[in-house]
Design a protein around this ligand. Structure first.
Ligand SMILES: *[C@@H]1O[C@H](CO)[C@@H](O)[C@H](O)[C@H]1NC(C)=O
Ligand SMILES: *[C@@H]1O[C@H](CO)[C@@H](O)[C@H](O)[C@H]1NC(C)=O
Length: 623
């Protein structure tokens, strides 16, 4: 098996053995007072001073370490995690000192705090070392609807009413009392683990933005924060099992009403309940209750573990703000930089969510074994040989022809369907074609199809969000049709974050990362982009699909050597293998990629062994 969806029996026994030993160990040697053992491998390590030893009455985090032994020689230490929170209902009642806020992980717009406080609507970081925290505008914002105007951008900057610092003494002065004489503090713990979404409903009401952007980022960040760092290439291919991160007990959409996070077709609610069945969802009214009853400022809420997500703060970061416009990219890139994303090449970190939703939908999620795989007769340099081929090539065209906008011209649509049918008929029963109008089938049906899809095709739009439910195979691909010259990162970035390939199609040409001009610049040509007269040349798309499946679209990106020296690059002798025009593409080894924000797969390509024909520049014609 090139991919490891499950561990062998031997592994399972080893894990069980390891876990049992640890269990017995923890029974006899409980880590009662040990601080949670979170491996933090960042320059911000100094942000995490050991928390002051808690007074006996205060919160205790249970710490557990398990050792996962894989079939190979790899040994990954599973990071211990804080448990759900304080043991008693209001453990800070009698604390002599409140636990100081600590930072578990941070990227612009994504901040995972331990012991964060809120009073009168203000998040308080309680610390005596405030310089060790990121700048507040990279963590929080004044939560207004975002407009791309200077005045609005200025108004969204956080004020001290949005987030502020307090020293330990100030916090105690405000919210504490004379506990030695039987008086109680005025801090209530909100037990459990919280994700707080600090953005208005503006983007939440869309399937793409909620699922494939916000929760895609939540999963990358949450999963990454509680995974051990590892540069083991085998782990890059693991779909699971993973050490389970602590549960998300509640999600608070603090700036949105109950309607605001629910999209029209109802996918958001379906996703949230299926992916996080035990998670409580609170909205603005619930948050405002907590704000209103603390307006006096003399009492506060304590959140033992809270991930604060903030869209505007993400846009102040470089990865989101200037490169991708995806808030999830900040979370993903930070965790990748720390080598804390499990299954980087196969979306393994996302798999727990994907499989939960697909299980709920009743979809089949089995990966094919070798005996059933489609024979790959393309060049071996194409595609990642460590990924399986699918058992069947399933092409799914999500048609928008009955949607309100962004349609193909009727002739383009007809010609495309005909070309795809011809292709499927020519190839026989190892190929399957689905032409789907999402509005006309159930959600379960849509997800079941997505789970089986090898090549997902559609005009730029929400239907492509289903790509997050596709299985990673050697040739899994998203083909996105744009009005010629148009481009946006939404589906492109997301596809690639899951280790799949993305092609942007402009009528009869395509653009993709890693060859030729690479991916295009973001562009919304008006009025064509949103219009209903998008031209595509069906035979060109059918040809692209056939070439991609049969290994003739050579992306040359895989290089499995694991260099000792991360910064090593190819010598000039190897450079001559490549066409001149690619000279600007640095050939990097995996270790160097950590700093490369986006090209995390395509940068790893090695010179193609049998490059008979140089790619055509500047733009490759499909036919
Ligand atoms: C509570 O917050 C509001 C602004 O949101 C502010 O005007 C008010 O002064 C605050 N109250 C206290 C006691 O800080
Ligand atoms: C699309 O491509 C086809 C095939 O090359 C070409 O005949 C047609 O004119 C193109 N349409 C547009 C609008 O560019």
């Amino acid at each position: 098996m090139p991919i490891r969806p499950a561990l062998s029996r031997r592994d399972a026994i080893l894990i069980l053995l390891g876990a049992s030993i640890m269990h017995i160990f923890t029974i006899f040697f409980p880590h009662e007072s040990a601080p949670p053992e979170i491996l933090i491998d960042t320059p911000r390590e100094q942000f995490l001073p050991d928390p002051p030893p808690p007074p006996p009455e205060v919160t205790r985090y249970h710490t557990r370490t398990t050792t996962l032994v894989q079939a190979t020689t790899t040994t990954a230490t599973v990071v211990a995690i804080p448990s759900a929170g304080p043991a008693s209902a209001s453990p800070l009642d009698l604390a002599l000192e409140f636990p100081a806020t600590t930072l578990i992980a941070h990227a612009p717009g994504w901040t995972l705090f331990k012991d964060l406080y809120m009073s009168n609507g203000t998040f308080f970081i309680v610390t005596d070392s405030k310089s060790e925290f990121p700048k507040i505008p990279l963590m929080a914002s004044h939560p207004l609807t975002a407009l791309n105007e200077p005045e609005n951008i200025r108004q969204r900057m956080p004020t001290p009413y949005n987030m502020d610092f307090l020293t330990l003494a100030e916090a105690h002065q405000r919210w504490g009392d004379d506990v030695r004489n039987g008086k109680k503090n005025r801090v209530l713990s909100v037990a459990g683990n919280t994700v707080l979404v600090n953005e208005p409903r503006q983007f939440l009401r869309h399937y793409y933005h909620l699922v494939a952007e916000l929760f895609f980022g939540v999963q990358a960040f949450w999963h990454g924060a509680f995974s051990a760092a590892s540069t083991d290439i085998d782990r890059d291919y693991m779909l699971g099992p993973h050490p389970a991160p602590p549960p998300i007990d509640r999600v608070i959409f603090a700036r949105s009403n109950a309607d605001g996070w629910r999209d029209g077709p109802g996918f958001n609610a379906y996703f949230m309940r299926a992916a996080f069945p035990s998670t409580t969802i609170e909205v603005e009214d619930d948050w405002n209750d907590r704000v209103t009853i603390t307006t006096s400022g003399d009492r506060a809420w304590h959140f033992p573990l809270l991930l604060l997500t903030d869209r505007s703060a993400s846009h102040r970061g470089d990865v989101c703000g200037s490169q991708t416009q995806r808030i999830a990219a900040e979370a993903f890139v930070e965790m990748r930089r720390k080598n804390q994303l499990v299954g980087l090449r196969v979306g393994g970190w996302w798999e727990p969510v994907r499989s939960a939703v697909l299980r709920f939908a009743g979809a089949e999620v089995q990966l094919p074994d070798y005996s059933e795989q489609v024979v790959f007769d393309g060049d071996n340099a194409e595609g990642d040989p460590r990924l399986p081929m699918p058992a069947k090539i399933v092409i799914t065209y999500i048609s928008r022809q009955s949607a309100g906008q962004r349609k193909l011209t009727p002739e383009s649509h007809d010609e495309l369907v005909k070309a795809l049918k011809d292709l499927q008929e020519r190839k026989g029963d190892k190929w399957e074609l689905n032409v789907v109008e999402a509005e006309k089938i159930t959600k379960d049906e849509q997800l079941k199809i997505a789970a089986r899809t090898t090549i997902l095709l559609g005009v730029h739009g929400n239907g492509l969000t289903h790509l997050v439910m596709m299985q990673p195979t050697r040739i899994s691909t998203v083909i996105e049709m744009f009005y010629p010259e148009g481009f946006a990162h939404d589906y492109q970035w997301t596809t690639r974050a899951l280790g799949m390939k993305h092609f942007a199609v402009w009528n009869d040409t395509y653009r993709t990362e890693g060859r030729g001009e690479g991916k295009p610049q973001v562009n919304y040509p008006d009025p064509g982009f949103q219009g209903n007269f998008i031209p595509v040349h069906g035979p060109s798309i059918a040809k692209l699909i056939e070439d991609r499946v049969e290994g003739r679209v050579v992306l040359r990106e895989f290089n499995f050597r694991k260099p000792e020296v991360a910064t090593k690059t190819h010598g000039d002798s190897e450079r001559q293998d490549r066409p001149e025009s690619e000279g600007s593409h640095p050939i990097l080894f995996p270790g160097t990629l950590i700093a490369a924000p986006l090209d995390f797969v395509d940068c790893r390509w090695a010179p193609h062994r049998s490059s008979g024909t140089a790619p055509m520049y500047p733009r490759r014609q499909l036919l």
